[in-house]
Ligand binder design. Structure first.
Ligand SMILES: CCCCCCCCC/C=C/C(=O)SCCNC(=O)CCNC(=O)[C@H](O)C(C)(C)COP(=O)(O)OP(=O)(O)OC[C@H]1O[C@@H](n2cnc3c(N)ncnc32)[C@H](O)[C@@H]1OP(=O)(O)O
Ligand SMILES: Cc1cc2nc3c(=O)[nH]c(=O)nc-3n(C[C@H](O)[C@H](O)[C@H](O)COP(=O)(O)OP(=O)(O)OC[C@H]3O[C@@H](n4cnc5c(N)ncnc54)[C@H](O)[C@@H]3O)c2cc1C
Length: 572
């Protein structure tokens, strides 16, 4: 992706959404007219979909685009205060165009959300155009480099061929031509797929900083009379950081898989084959939510594992957190994405498998589970023997947990319906189960992809240490979610005890390779921008140097002494 992955920038939306949306939804003529100047930064655009009143509920968006056949124009309008476009990155002060998502009205009928290219500022003076009220939405939790903005459109007219018409069309007489698939206008699959790789990068940066720092930080006493040990020798420190390290590798492989899958399926879509779009949507929505939630929590674990210095901006961990955390909200709020994966894919696949349909792709295990349900259950009914060494058996355990939770969610809906609830109410009263099912499905996909990746590793030593990481990732996930596995009859209490013991062994096994494993991410000091995570480990001298550079230290006596303290003293 041409987007600068390190720090948010005002051009992120232009590069990360405006250009890709043109590539996906513009006609060849529109590419000529808009893509070329946009590539040369003459046109700078943003993606204006969210409004003050709606971000998730796309069908509830209020901005209208009404076709006027007498002038061959669309009239773009914000009818209410809640319809004002709100949040788009780069909208406040940077962009001179916006791709505006609006409800299309033509010949007296509404045809739902479509994309329109709307000039918002004069190309030379950058002054907002007539009918355009635009500005910045004000300070935020972070993203201070980005002018997230608001946009109020007051009967702004744009030409007919400013509607992105690769799929849907409006004829000069106002006739609406449907797209080959209504789902093509949703978009956002590209960026959700890319965000999975961003989760991996955020984890790699955070655990590189925390593990390197834990190797140079000495604190307290392990054996009386001996020098203070590296804090990386404490089991609790390893228990915090090594699962994050394992997840960083896991998500790196998943991020690559997601990118490859996006490329493959979007290629099919451009060739007119839309059959894989549901799988791509479900996978990108689910993995975006799963990996961002996990990474978001892990960044904080890394920060707190660095003690006080972790809280200093010199560590870079506060900035990594502040810049990463909105990924759980934007591009599809995580809970909503998990519900999409469950409701629009997993439960639908479960029902198809229950009537004997052979499923493909990431849900093929549901067919196996359906066939299993038809076979007589073993008398023992107990959990199968558990190997804490055999990765393939662990993948199978995750698969069975996912199948069990999808079945539990589907049965919950059925029970709610039998209680007389409506479809919508039955789904809403099962949504906790639906999110759990999606989470388990994504967790299975991540574990499976990690293990599949090992098959491609030839170097025996590398394969051995990656296998140890994969085992730790799988067993830690099993321990953290043991309730699911116990409830599904996939784990016994003695087995759970063995898992905990095995995790401790793995932490010890990984200790000698921990620093080499973060060095392998090859994140140079400029990219890390962290005093604690410096490659040379020379933390204290650079921490002192960093503090000395603080603006507050520009003068020995700060002006506040003369302005406030001294006058205050004289009045006491
Ligand atoms: C890295 C660089 C950083 C670059 C820097 C990035 C900086 C951050 C920029 C942030 C930008 C943004 O946030 S942009 C704004 C992001 N906003 C969102 O993502 C909005 C989230 N909300 C939604 O997507 C929708 O409201 C959704 C939740 C899907 C519900 O919509 P609907 O009710 O219309 O749809 P449903 O009835 O649920 O589903 C109808 C059918 O459409 C399918 N469907 C739904 N969405 C689909 C989709 N996207 N693609 C394909 N198919 C889809 C479903 O599977 C259903 O298929 P069938 O079952 O077969 O019918
Ligand atoms: C830093 C940042 C940058 C952004 N950049 C852009 C941009 O460039 N362009 C753009 O168009 N937008 C952008 N957005 C907006 C973003 O896409 C929305 O904030 C996001 O889609 C969530 O929608 P919302 O804010 O309406 O939250 P809501 O949907 O109101 O979420 C609030 C709560 O309601 C819950 N909820 C909502 N619907 C359901 C449901 N159906 N079932 C269960 N629970 C539900 C959610 O889970 C959440 O807990 C950005 C946001 C941020 C924070």
């Amino acid at each position: 992706s041409c987007v600068h992955p390190d720090r948010p920038e005002p051009l992120d939306l232009h590069l990360g959404m405006f250009l890709p949306t043109l590539l996906n939804q513009a006609t060849p003529e529109q590419m000529e007219r808009f893509f070329t100047p946009a590539w040369n930064l003459r046109i700078i655009g943003t993606y204006a979909q969210t409004e003050m009143g709606h971000g998730t509920h796309l069908r509830g968006l209020e901005t209208t685009a009404t076709f006027d056949p007498s002038t061959q124009e669309f009239v773009l309008h914000s009818p209410t205060i809640s319809s004002i476009k709100w949040w788009p990155g780069g909208l406040g002060k940077t962009s001179n165009h916006a791709i505006v998502l609006a409800q299309l009205h033509t010949q007296g009928r509404c045809h739902g959300l479509h994309a329109f290219i709307v000039p918002i500022r004069d190309m030379d003076t950058h002054v907002p155009l007539p009918g355009v009220v635009v500005g910045d939405i004000g300070p935020k939790f972070g993203f201070s480099e980005v002018d997230n903005g608001f946009l109020k459109l007051e009967h702004v007219r744009i030409p007919l061929d400013n509607m992105l018409m690769k799929f849907a069309k409006v004829e000069p007489d106002g006739t609406y031509v449907k797209p080959p698939s209504a789902k093509l206008t949703y978009g956002m699959v590209f960026i959700r797929s890319m965000i999975v790789g961003q989760s991996a990068l955020a984890l790699a940066k955070s655990c590189t900083i925390a593990i390197r720092y834990s190797a140079v930080r000495h604190q307290s006493e392990l054996r009386p009379g001996e020098p203070e040990p590296q804090i990386l020798n404490y089991q609790t420190q390893q228990h915090k950081l090594f699962p994050v390290l394992a997840a960083a590798y896991a998500f790196t492989f998943v991020g690559q898989y997601m990118k490859d899958t996006y490329r493959r399926i979007s290629g099919d879509i451009h060739a007119g084959d839309y059959s894989q779009l549901p799988e791509l949507h479900a996978l990108s929505a689910g993995l975006k939510a799963f990996t961002t939630w996990a990474a978001n929590a892990a960044i904080e674990v890394c920060r707190m594992s660095c003690g006080g210095h972790g809280y200093s901006r010199s560590s870079a961990l506060p900035d990594i957190y502040v810049e990463f955390t909105p990924t759980c909200t934007y591009e599809g709020e995580n809970t909503v994405m998990m519900l999409q994966t469950a409701s629009r894919y997993l439960v639908k696949s479960y029902r198809q498998a229950s009537v004997g349909q052979r499923l493909q792709g990431s849900v093929s295990y549901l067919s196996e589970a359906a066939a299993q349900r038809l076979r007589p259950r073993p008398v023992s009914g107990g959990a199968a023997p558990l190997s804490t060494q055999d990765l393939l058996s662990l993948v199978h355990l995750y698969q069975r947990r996912a199948a069990s939770l999808v079945e539990l969610a589907a049965k919950s809906i059925q029970q709610e319906l039998q209680r007389g609830r409506s479809q919508e109410e039955a789904w809403n009263h099962s949504s906790i189960d639906l999110v759990r099912a999606s989470d388990a499905h994504c967790h299975f996909v991540v574990v499976k992809l990690f293990v599949d990746k090992l098959e491609q590793v030839d170097d025996a030593a590398v394969k051995a240490v990656l296998s140890t990481l994969a085992l730790l990732y799988a067993l830690k996930g099993l321990a953290d979610n043991s309730g699911d596995f116990l409830q599904a009859g996939l784990l016994t209490v003695p087995q759970a005890t063995r898992v905990s013991a095995r995790i401790k062994e793995l932490l010890e096994e990984l200790r000698p390779d921990a620093v080499a494993l973060v060095d392998a991410f090859d994140l140079n000091d400029r990219k890390l921008n962290s005093v604690l995570g410096r490659y040379d480990g020379n933390v204290y001298e650079h921490l002192y140097e960093w503090a000395r550079q603080s603006p507050l230290n520009a003068t020995e006596v700060h002006e506040s002494f003369h302005k406030y303290l001294k006058p205050l003293r004289s009045r006491l």
